[in-house]
Write a protein that binds this ligand. Sequence first.
Ligand code: GDP
Length: 139
Amino acid sequence: MAGTKTFTMIKPDAFADGNSGAIIKMIEEAGFAIKAMKLVRLTAENAGGFYAVHKERPFYGDLVKYMSSGPIIAMILEKENAVEDFRKFIGATNPAEAAEGTVRKLFAKSIEANAIHGSDSDENAAIEGSFFFSELEKH
Ligand code: GDP
């Protein structure tokens, strides 16, 4: 059975552009409940750890630099079928391929600066949520 939690980050480009409020509004209107939220600035070491699965990818160095370039907003969200529904809601990694009305179609600048993260499995949602939040912070 699909889980009810996912993890997201509003990425540095979207935060810097002042799009956080609009994105959070869209998230709530789409039926996701915010269970935890914080504004943080990752160090390069933090970002490298978070994206360790991508270590061998050619864009890893750029990704780490980008994700530590400014503040982000990390959130745990709750909804039925959370992971799959949220991936649909944010759209394809490359905004040029993202469906109309998705967060990435509306706010992403490039395949790298693509406005928002969404976990790709229930297992990763739990790991990623615990990367940012203690048990006490998960409501
Ligand atoms: P996601 O699950 O849709 O976020 O995509 P991936 O897990 O494949 O990639 C993680 C993140 O790395 C993406 O959200 C982008 O910010 C970045 N990324 C993915 N592909 C590329 C690429 O080809 N070039 C660059 N520079 N960044 C990329």
